[in-house]
Design a protein around this ligand. Structure first.
Ligand code: C5P
Length: 428
């Protein structure tokens, strides 16, 4: 099927063992009707020969920024203009650093810098390199610059380590390419992946009254939910933000509905989803219980040692109710855990029947509640994907891209592959 005809993909190949998977990716892109121009970094050519990729792509592979004969055929600026999508797979740690810094020290970084086309990278490196603060900073910068980060997956690595850093399988990357170029998550003419979609988000804490002056609540700041609302609006969606009591400004182009209790939040969520929401994201820290009967008058202090006994009843589960409703949006839950992060998130995925759980470890003091940074693992039926620590604003953009992509063609980003695909970075 010529699904990608007449799309033009500039396939960048940098220096990592996963470069061998670029050969299969190139062939599969051509099978789908895409035109593919391969550009390799010098380190990339040490892993796979340009001749192999030339034979597969049917075009001379470009490796050199200052090659007069290649420049005579298609100069580097023309090359940058030619592409509908630049996909760098594998993208080494060194390449991510150079792209984040805005370097133009080889043909591939120069083409990225000179192009208006969407840029996607498929990181591939040793797990410690992926987790390193420098790579995290670079990935956060790239997300802020609008670069799409596809993967990496998690699992065993060529160097013997276990963890995140494996390049996504060609199959998963193809699904991303199709979504980016033609699918539900395709960028519209305005370059926005959620144009025309309706996204409903809950954020902040709920407040459950005990009496007219007291309530039960929690420390949720609402920052992550508000950042997601801003990112969804930036991506072109119509956004309904159902906010518990928080002291945050409403992001631009977002409809805000303020609520106090969990039951009010549920009513607002059902109302927003009734006419067809495409995506529902439950970020709110909803109180699990509420006082059974809030006192009508202020509860007086009891003198003596009798204490005060409160009877609590369970609140409705908003995200599970929406996931079980008709029509059913693509539903995402958040999970704040202090131990066994992925196992608990996976059981939440099944129990609440949602499509994705965004799990974060709230036992860490440096991230999560109230802080500006967050580190999460995405858990879906297909697998899990640990994202590097990054500011909530950058994470929100990345989550919106992942959600847009999953809600459309369900590419298996981050799923554990089955063949030997570990990646080991070699700097360029
Ligand atoms: O079950 P737990 O509270 O750990 O699940 C957290 C996820 O479920 C979050 O996405 C939260 O917004 C959602 N939730 C909900 N309604 C509740 C409790 C949690 O929507 N009553």
């Amino acid at each position: 099927m010529q699904l990608l005809q007449p799309k033009r993909v500039l396939l960048g190949v940098t220096g990592g063992i996963a470069a061998y998977k670029a050969c299969e990716l190139c062939r599969r892109l051509l099978d789908l009707g895409a035109e593919v121009q391969v550009v390799m970094t010098p380190a990339g050519t040490r892993f796979v020969t340009p001749l192999t990729l030339q034979a597969l792509s049917g075009r001379p592979v470009r490796t050199d920024l200052l090659d007069p004969s290649a420049e005579a055929a298609m100069g580097h600026i023309e090359l940058a203009r030619w592409a509908d999508l630049i996909l760098v797979a594998p993208a080494s740690a060194d390449f991510l650093a150079r792209l984040a810094a805005g370097n133009a020290d080889d043909l591939l970084t120069t083409a990225c810098l000179a192009s208006d086309a969407p840029i996607a990278v498929a990181p591939a490196m040793n797990q410690a390199m992926w987790r390193s603060p420098a790579t995290r900073r670079n990935v956060a910068t790239l997300i802020g610059d609008g670069v799409q980060i596809w993967g990496p997956g998690s699992g065993s690595q060529a160097c013997g380590d276990e963890g995140p850093g494996r390049m996504l399988e060609p199959e998963a990357l193809l699904a991303h390419v199709q979504t980016a170029l033609t699918g539900a998550g395709a960028r519209s003419a305005t370059g926005r992946s959620l144009a025309g979609r309706h996204v409903v988000i809950t954020a902040g804490p709920t407040r459950e009254p005990l009496d007219p002056v007291r309530y039960l609540s929690n420390h949720s700041s609402g920052k992550q939910g508000f950042a997601l609302a801003a990112a969804a609006a930036e991506a072109g969606a119509r956004v309904s933000l159902i906010a518990g009591p928080v002291d945050l400004p409403t992001p631009g182009n977002v409809d805000r509905i303020d609520v106090l209790t969990a039951r009010d939040m549920l009513t607002a969520a059902e109302h927003c989803c009734r006419n067809g929401a495409d995506v529902f994201i439950g970020v709110a820290a909803v109180a699990d219980y509420r006082p059974a009967t809030p006192a009508e008058q202020k509860i007086k202090k009891a003198h003596g040692d009798t204490g005060l006994t409160l009877t609590l009843v369970e609140n409705p589960d908003i995200v599970a109710t929406i996931a079980g409703g008709v029509p059913r949006p693509f539903t995402v839950a958040f999970a704040a855990e202090t131990e066994q992060l992925v196992a608990h998130a996976r059981s939440k995925l099944e129990r609440k029947q949602v499509d994705m759980v965004v799990a974060n470890d709230v036992s860490r003091k440096d991230i999560g509640f109230g802080s500006d940074d967050n580190v999460v693992t995405l858990v879906t039926a297909e697998g899990d994907e640990e994202l590097p620590a990054m500011p909530k604003v950058a994470l929100a953009r990345l989550l919106i891209e992942r959600i847009a992509s999953r809600a459309g063609l369900s590419p298996t980003a981050g799923s554990k592959g089955h063949d030997v695909t570990s990646a080991m970075d070699k700097s360029n």
